[in-house]
Design a protein around this ligand. Structure first.
Ligand SMILES: [Zn+2]
Length: 71
């Protein structure tokens, strides 16, 4: 069973690393201790509580940019 757990950890770490790399490329967002999408309390360095919030936030931002009211 430990192999299964090890593999799960690798998958989770890979996803977290990919996600952190993605959010760190985003110059406009500053971590403020809450999720930028749902306002859930977070560790101070995080921008979103999970990838769903990040994806939804990006969709919302993209929609606002398309509508001409980014920011
Ligand atoms: Zn959230």
């Amino acid at each position: 069973m430990s192999d299964h757990i090890d593999n799960t950890d690798k998958i989770i770490f890979a996803e977290v690393a990919r996600w952190l790399a993605a959010v760190r490329r985003r110059p406009g967002l500053v971590a403020h201790g809450c999720c930028h999408y749902c306002d859930e309390a977070l560790a101070p360095a995080l921008l979103f509580c999970n990838v769903d919030c990040r994806d939804d936030y990006e969709k919302e931002q993209a929609a606002m940019i398309r509508a001409g009211r980014a920011g």
